[in-house]
Design a protein around this ligand. Sequence first.
Ligand code: BEZ
Length: 235
Amino acid sequence: MEQEIFSMPRIGDKAPRFKAVTTQGPVDFPKDYEGSWVILFSHPSDFTPVCTSEFITFASMEKQFNDANCKLIGLSVDGLHSHIAWLRAIKEKIEYKGMKNVEVKFPLIDDVSMNVAKKYGMIMEGEATTAAVRAVFVIDPKGTIRAIIYYPLSLGRNFDELYRIVIAMQTSDEFKVSTPADWRPGDDVVVGAAGTCEAANDRMTGKHPELDCKDWFFCTKKLDKDTVLKKIIKK
Ligand code: BEZ
Protein backbone atom coordinates (compact mmCIF):
# COMPACT_ATOMS: atom_id res chain seq x y z
CA MET A 1 0.00 0.00 0.00
CA GLU A 2 1.26 3.47 -0.85
CA GLN A 3 2.28 5.51 2.19
CA GLU A 4 0.46 8.80 2.73
CA ILE A 5 2.80 11.79 2.95
CA PHE A 6 2.08 13.98 5.96
CA SER A 7 3.46 17.51 6.03
CA MET A 8 5.67 18.51 8.95
CA PRO A 9 5.70 22.22 9.68
CA ARG A 10 9.01 23.57 10.94
CA ILE A 11 10.13 26.29 13.28
CA GLY A 12 9.94 29.61 11.41
CA ASP A 13 7.03 28.49 9.19
CA LYS A 14 3.65 30.19 9.33
CA ALA A 15 1.23 28.04 11.31
CA PRO A 16 -0.90 26.06 8.81
CA ARG A 17 -4.41 27.49 8.61
CA PHE A 18 -7.53 25.54 9.44
CA LYS A 19 -11.14 25.96 10.48
CA ALA A 20 -12.46 23.53 13.07
CA VAL A 21 -15.22 22.77 15.53
CA THR A 22 -14.17 22.85 19.20
CA THR A 23 -15.70 22.47 22.64
CA GLN A 24 -15.81 26.29 22.78
CA GLY A 25 -17.34 26.81 19.32
CA PRO A 26 -15.80 27.20 15.86
CA VAL A 27 -12.21 28.44 15.40
CA ASP A 28 -10.43 29.95 12.45
CA PHE A 29 -6.77 29.25 13.20
CA PRO A 30 -4.43 31.12 13.55
CA LYS A 31 -6.54 34.17 12.60
CA ASP A 32 -8.59 34.08 15.82
CA TYR A 33 -5.35 34.11 17.84
CA GLU A 34 -3.60 37.08 16.19
CA GLY A 35 -1.83 39.18 18.80
CA SER A 36 -1.50 36.30 21.29
CA TRP A 37 1.02 33.58 21.82
CA VAL A 38 -0.68 30.23 21.53
CA ILE A 39 0.12 26.65 22.46
CA LEU A 40 -1.58 24.26 20.05
CA PHE A 41 -1.18 20.76 21.45
CA SER A 42 -2.44 17.30 20.60
CA HIS A 43 -3.16 14.31 22.79
CA PRO A 44 -3.64 10.70 21.68
CA SER A 45 -7.08 9.97 23.00
CA ASP A 46 -9.88 11.11 25.30
CA PHE A 47 -10.59 8.88 28.32
CA THR A 48 -6.97 7.78 28.74
CA PRO A 49 -5.02 8.22 31.97
CA VAL A 50 -1.89 10.15 30.92
CA CYS A 51 -3.99 12.56 28.84
CA THR A 52 -6.35 13.04 31.78
CA SER A 53 -3.47 13.99 34.07
CA GLU A 54 -2.21 16.41 31.40
CA PHE A 55 -5.57 18.14 30.95
CA ILE A 56 -6.04 18.61 34.70
CA THR A 57 -2.55 20.10 34.96
CA PHE A 58 -2.79 22.34 31.89
CA ALA A 59 -6.28 23.59 32.77
CA SER A 60 -5.12 24.41 36.31
CA MET A 61 -2.34 26.55 34.82
CA GLU A 62 -4.48 28.24 32.16
CA LYS A 63 -4.67 31.60 33.95
CA GLN A 64 -0.90 31.60 34.39
CA PHE A 65 -0.47 31.13 30.62
CA ASN A 66 -3.19 33.68 29.80
CA ASP A 67 -1.46 36.26 32.06
CA ALA A 68 1.61 35.78 29.85
CA ASN A 69 -0.54 36.52 26.77
CA CYS A 70 -0.59 32.84 25.82
CA LYS A 71 -3.77 30.95 24.91
CA LEU A 72 -4.17 27.19 24.90
CA ILE A 73 -5.92 25.01 22.34
CA GLY A 74 -5.99 21.22 22.38
CA LEU A 75 -6.71 18.60 19.73
CA SER A 76 -7.28 14.90 19.35
CA VAL A 77 -8.79 12.81 16.60
CA ASP A 78 -11.82 12.15 18.79
CA GLY A 79 -15.19 13.80 18.14
CA LEU A 80 -16.92 16.65 19.92
CA HIS A 81 -19.26 14.45 21.97
CA SER A 82 -16.39 12.36 23.25
CA HIS A 83 -14.50 15.55 24.19
CA ILE A 84 -17.51 16.96 26.05
CA ALA A 85 -18.16 13.72 27.95
CA TRP A 86 -14.49 13.31 28.88
CA LEU A 87 -14.09 16.90 30.09
CA ARG A 88 -17.26 16.54 32.15
CA ALA A 89 -15.95 13.30 33.74
CA ILE A 90 -12.66 15.03 34.54
CA LYS A 91 -14.50 17.84 36.33
CA GLU A 92 -16.88 15.59 38.20
CA LYS A 93 -14.75 12.58 39.12
CA ILE A 94 -11.02 12.92 38.74
CA GLU A 95 -8.49 14.23 41.24
CA TYR A 96 -4.81 14.42 40.34
CA LYS A 97 -2.06 15.69 42.65
CA GLY A 98 -4.60 17.58 44.76
CA MET A 99 -6.24 19.21 41.70
CA LYS A 100 -9.96 18.43 41.53
CA ASN A 101 -13.21 19.85 40.07
CA VAL A 102 -11.06 21.18 37.26
CA GLU A 103 -12.98 22.72 34.40
CA VAL A 104 -11.20 22.75 31.06
CA LYS A 105 -12.13 26.13 29.61
CA PHE A 106 -9.78 26.25 26.64
CA PRO A 107 -11.04 24.85 23.31
CA LEU A 108 -10.50 21.22 22.39
CA ILE A 109 -10.66 20.58 18.64
CA ASP A 110 -12.77 17.80 17.12
CA ASP A 111 -10.41 16.36 14.50
CA VAL A 112 -12.11 13.11 13.59
CA SER A 113 -11.18 13.81 9.96
CA MET A 114 -7.48 14.11 10.99
CA ASN A 115 -7.37 17.19 8.77
CA VAL A 116 -5.51 19.30 11.33
CA ALA A 117 -3.42 16.44 12.74
CA LYS A 118 -2.11 15.66 9.26
CA LYS A 119 -1.37 19.33 8.48
CA TYR A 120 0.68 19.63 11.65
CA GLY A 121 2.49 16.28 11.40
CA MET A 122 0.83 15.01 14.57
CA ILE A 123 0.26 11.50 13.17
CA MET A 124 3.48 9.49 13.40
CA GLU A 125 2.88 6.07 11.98
CA GLY A 126 5.67 4.37 13.91
CA GLU A 127 3.94 5.42 17.14
CA ALA A 128 0.23 5.17 16.19
CA THR A 129 -1.80 5.30 12.97
CA THR A 130 -5.14 6.11 14.61
CA ALA A 131 -4.07 8.69 17.19
CA ALA A 132 -2.05 11.86 17.37
CA VAL A 133 1.23 11.82 19.30
CA ARG A 134 1.68 14.37 22.07
CA ALA A 135 2.75 17.35 19.96
CA VAL A 136 3.26 20.91 21.17
CA PHE A 137 3.42 23.91 18.83
CA VAL A 138 4.32 27.28 20.32
CA ILE A 139 3.08 29.98 17.93
CA ASP A 140 3.81 33.68 18.26
CA PRO A 141 1.40 36.64 17.95
CA LYS A 142 2.17 36.91 14.20
CA GLY A 143 1.24 33.27 13.58
CA THR A 144 4.80 31.98 13.20
CA ILE A 145 5.75 28.62 14.71
CA ARG A 146 8.51 29.28 17.22
CA ALA A 147 8.97 25.94 18.98
CA ILE A 148 7.85 22.35 18.36
CA ILE A 149 8.11 19.46 20.81
CA TYR A 150 6.96 15.88 20.33
CA TYR A 151 6.49 13.29 23.05
CA PRO A 152 5.59 9.61 22.76
CA LEU A 153 2.23 8.26 23.86
CA SER A 154 3.55 6.94 27.17
CA LEU A 155 5.09 10.22 28.41
CA GLY A 156 3.10 13.02 30.04
CA ARG A 157 4.34 16.54 29.37
CA ASN A 158 5.99 18.89 31.85
CA PHE A 159 3.81 22.01 31.81
CA ASP A 160 6.23 24.06 33.91
CA GLU A 161 8.69 23.59 31.05
CA LEU A 162 6.11 24.75 28.50
CA TYR A 163 5.50 27.85 30.62
CA ARG A 164 9.28 28.41 30.88
CA ILE A 165 9.51 28.21 27.08
CA VAL A 166 6.77 30.82 26.58
CA ILE A 167 8.40 33.24 29.04
CA ALA A 168 11.90 32.62 27.66
CA MET A 169 10.84 33.20 24.04
CA GLN A 170 9.07 36.43 24.93
CA THR A 171 12.15 37.53 26.90
CA SER A 172 14.35 36.86 23.86
CA ASP A 173 12.03 38.93 21.66
CA GLU A 174 11.60 41.81 24.09
CA PHE A 175 15.20 42.18 25.24
CA LYS A 176 17.07 40.86 22.14
CA VAL A 177 18.95 38.25 24.13
CA SER A 178 19.15 34.46 24.29
CA THR A 179 18.40 32.34 27.31
CA PRO A 180 20.96 29.74 28.42
CA ALA A 181 20.40 26.24 29.73
CA ASP A 182 17.72 25.93 32.39
CA TRP A 183 17.17 29.71 32.33
CA ARG A 184 14.44 31.17 34.52
CA PRO A 185 13.49 34.85 34.96
CA GLY A 186 16.17 36.49 37.13
CA ASP A 187 19.02 34.38 35.74
CA ASP A 188 21.67 36.02 33.58
CA VAL A 189 20.96 36.03 29.84
CA VAL A 190 23.30 35.41 26.93
CA VAL A 191 24.26 37.99 24.32
CA GLY A 192 24.90 36.96 20.71
CA ALA A 193 28.33 35.94 19.47
CA ALA A 194 30.66 38.80 18.44
CA GLY A 195 30.35 39.20 14.69
CA THR A 196 33.79 40.71 14.03
CA CYS A 197 37.31 40.48 15.47
CA GLU A 198 36.98 44.09 16.61
CA ALA A 199 33.75 43.37 18.50
CA ALA A 200 35.34 40.28 20.08
CA ASN A 201 38.33 42.37 21.12
CA ASP A 202 36.08 45.07 22.61
CA ARG A 203 34.34 42.45 24.71
CA MET A 204 37.61 41.10 26.09
CA THR A 205 39.10 44.55 26.83
CA GLY A 206 36.24 45.79 29.02
CA LYS A 207 34.56 48.16 26.53
CA HIS A 208 31.18 46.69 27.52
CA PRO A 209 31.17 46.84 31.31
CA GLU A 210 27.60 45.46 31.43
CA LEU A 211 28.85 42.16 29.99
CA ASP A 212 30.51 39.33 31.85
CA CYS A 213 32.69 37.68 29.18
CA LYS A 214 34.43 34.41 30.01
CA ASP A 215 35.82 34.41 26.50
CA TRP A 216 34.93 36.32 23.29
CA PHE A 217 32.19 33.80 22.47
CA PHE A 218 30.59 33.47 25.91
CA CYS A 219 29.20 36.70 27.36
CA THR A 220 26.29 37.04 29.77
CA LYS A 221 24.56 40.03 31.32
CA LYS A 222 22.18 40.68 34.18
CA LEU A 223 18.45 40.93 33.52
CA ASP A 224 16.52 41.15 36.71
CA LYS A 225 13.37 39.20 37.32
CA ASP A 226 11.10 42.22 37.90
CA THR A 227 12.14 43.80 34.60
CA VAL A 228 11.30 40.58 32.75
CA LEU A 229 8.01 39.90 34.50
CA LYS A 230 6.81 43.51 34.30
CA LYS A 231 7.23 43.38 30.52
CA ILE A 232 5.63 39.97 30.01
CA ILE A 233 3.05 39.27 32.68
CA LYS A 234 -0.19 41.22 32.22
CA LYS A 235 -2.52 40.92 35.17
C1 BEZ B 1 -2.72 7.83 28.00
O1 BEZ B 1 -3.00 9.00 27.90
O2 BEZ B 1 -2.69 7.25 29.08
C2 BEZ B 1 -2.35 7.05 26.77
C3 BEZ B 1 -2.89 7.38 25.56
C4 BEZ B 1 -2.55 6.65 24.44
C5 BEZ B 1 -1.69 5.58 24.54
C6 BEZ B 1 -1.13 5.26 25.77
C7 BEZ B 1 -1.45 6.00 26.90
